[in-house]
Design a protein around this ligand. Structure first.
Ligand SMILES: Cc1cc2nc3c(=O)[nH]c(=O)nc-3n(C[C@H](O)[C@H](O)[C@H](O)COP(=O)(O)OP(=O)(O)OC[C@H]3O[C@@H](n4cnc5c(N)ncnc54)[C@H](O)[C@@H]3O)c2cc1C
Length: 494
């Protein structure tokens, strides 16, 4: 008889692991605390508008293809490549750059401010490509059984990259570019990792290679939630049960094995093996009481910024807005230095705006736009009180209205705000951190919470806060790694 697996959480990590294990012959069931599967990759409809709640694009699209192939299904998603990748707008003068993947076109954008751009960016991206290629299979796509094994893995990475461990991303950019604007634009990726370019090691310039050269950025026809819908179709066809509105709050065990997880209604969900898609660090404390992850220790770890998101349905078509837009201020270093630990809402916030109705007209009624605004803010360790959410949102909307010369407020047909407390409560995100654990060198690879539990031999983890890290394609890789680990531990006995 095939082994029973309980997956806790129907985020992208949980759903993709469930399908990989099903394809390997396991009998899988999923429980999810929220009312709809998808985790942070979610959506909602209101007043005739449909909004994707979180992710709006992704890199490494081929990881999705690998995933579908691995479960014997042809990739049902229709990917759309972003080009330009995004637009960056600076205050106060409104100067604006389109970030193209074609380096000649990109050089034209920076002609006035970075005359040798083409030559310099080519050199910069060559070294970034080397780091990507030298770490992809040696480090990122690998399970490690111990820190020693991880360190031995690191030792196989060519020594020429070592100096980049001691330089920051900002310093590295300064070796190639003179212009402050170019350096700022290329350093935005640091924030995805949960850090700033001023404290992120230069090795992460590999992300500039992934966005500009390797595979670029993509989204999906029908909106981002169609990723989840396609996966749910397959889940349904395989008769995998998903039980929604079911929050795991406790567990039962015998010695070093979990026997069941208990939900908020006292029901016990038994299985032979368990995969946790909830945050891999905080779950170890909140449910398992593992003292290595006690609140004091969790709070000392580095976490990515929390999301403050606004979903606006607006009457009118706004030519000034592209599909993906960043709005930045004029105090980048000061902002970066304070944003992670500030106890108040930022006064002149930096934010990202996505208008998916530009490419998916079904998301908004005719003649209207659906606007998603994401403002990364300090997590709940630093700013606990979000009673200023409405006025904070008003400030961002006023700022955006001025910058796009369009009165958003008087044309708003629907408005929803999710502050860090909403994000925390809906998806159980530790302190509201949006992307999970940050990617400092002491929080990646063998130092990141492992995808196998230290105490319970039949308990595994998948998702943003275990290996390899956060972001949609990386979480897909996470599901591959955990499935491989489970298979290695259990294959003989399925
Ligand atoms: C605002 C925002 C924008 C983003 N933009 C992008 C982007 O553009 N591109 C990109 O690649 N990535 C983006 N990300 C990151 C990306 O969303 C995540 O890395 C990814 O979705 C994480 O997937 P996951 O499966 O690890 O976790 P989740 O999506 O968090 O799934 C975990 C699931 O477990 C459930 N759960 C938790 N605890 C319990 C419990 N005790 N019992 C039952 N269920 C539980 C949760 O409700 C959730 O559904 C963004 C994230 C946010 C918040």
């Amino acid at each position: 008889m095939s082994k029973k697996v309980l997956v806790i959480g129907a985020g992208l990590g949980g759903l993709s692991t469930a399908l990989r294990l099903n394809a390997l012959g396991y009998n899988v069931k999923i429980v999810e605390q929220y009312s709809k599967p998808g985790g942070r990759l979610n959506s909602f409809s209101k007043d005739g508008f449909t909004f994707d709640t979180g992710p709006s694009f992704f890199s490494m699209s081929y990881e999705f293809t690998e995933f579908f192939n691995s479960i014997g299904v042809q990739n049902p998603l229709k990917f759309r490549k972003l080009d330009p990748l995004y637009t960056v707008n600076f205050a106060p003068d409104g100067r604006k750059y389109q970030v193209y993947t074609d380096l000649n076109q990109l050089a034209l954008q920076f002609k006035q401010i970075e005359p040798d751009f083409k030559k310099n960016v080519t050199l910069f991206l060559e070294q970034a490509k080397d780091i990507f290629e030298d770490t992809e299979y040696r480090i990122v796509k690998k399970n490690f059984d111990s820190i020693l094994q991880y360190l031995l893995g690191l030792a196989t990475v060519p020594l020429k990259h070592t100096p980049k461990l001691f330089r920051t991303m900002w310093q590295e950019l300064g070796r190639y570019f003179q212009s402050e604007d170019v350096k700022i634009i290329f350093s935005l990726v640091a924030f995805f990792l949960g850090a700033t370019p001023f404290n992120t090691p230069a090795v992460y310039s590999l992300l500039n290679y992934t966005e500009l050269v390797h595979d670029g950025y993509w989204n999906v026809e029908g909106g981002m939630y169609s990723i989840v819908e396609s996966i749910l179709d397959i889940i349904k066809s395989k008769n995998i049960e998903i039980q929604l509105n079911t929050k795991i709050v406790s567990f039962t065990n015998t010695n070093n094995k979990i026997t069941g997880f208990i939900d908020q209604n006292g029901n016990v969900h038994t299985a032979d093996l368990f995969v946790v898609n909830s945050d891999a660090a905080s779950f170890r404390w909140e449910i398992l009481n593992n003292s290595k992850f006690a609140p004091k220790k969790l709070d000392k770890m580095h976490w990515t910024l929390a999301p403050f998101t606004i979903y606006l349905g607006v009457k009118g078509v706004i030519p000034e807005l592209n599909h993906h837009n960043y709005y930045l201020g004029d105090n980048f270093k000061e902002y970066a230095d304070t944003i992670f630990s500030s106890t108040v809402s930022p006064e002149k916030p930096y934010y990202y705006v996505n208008v998916s109705s530009k490419s998916n007209p079904d998301c908004a009624p005719e003649g209207c736009e659906n606007i998603f605004i994401l403002c990364p803010v300090p997590d709940l360790r630093f700013k606990k009180d979000w009673s200023d959410s409405e006025s904070f949102a008003d400030g961002i909307i006023d700022d955006l209205s001025k910058r796009i010369n369009f009165d958003l407020k008087s044309n708003t047909l629907t408005r929803t705000i999710w502050n860090p407390i909403d994000w925390k409560d809906k998806f159980n995100l530790y302190q509201g951190s949006g992307l999970g654990l940050a990617h400092d060198l002491n929080q990646v690879g063998g130092f990141r919470p492992s995808n196998k539990d230290e105490q319970y031999s039949n308990l595994y983890y998948v998702g943003a806060s275990t290996i390899p890290g956060t972001g949609l394609p990386i979480v897909i890789i996470s599901s591959k790694l955990v499935a491989e680990r489970i298979q290695k531990d259990n294959a003989l006995s399925i």
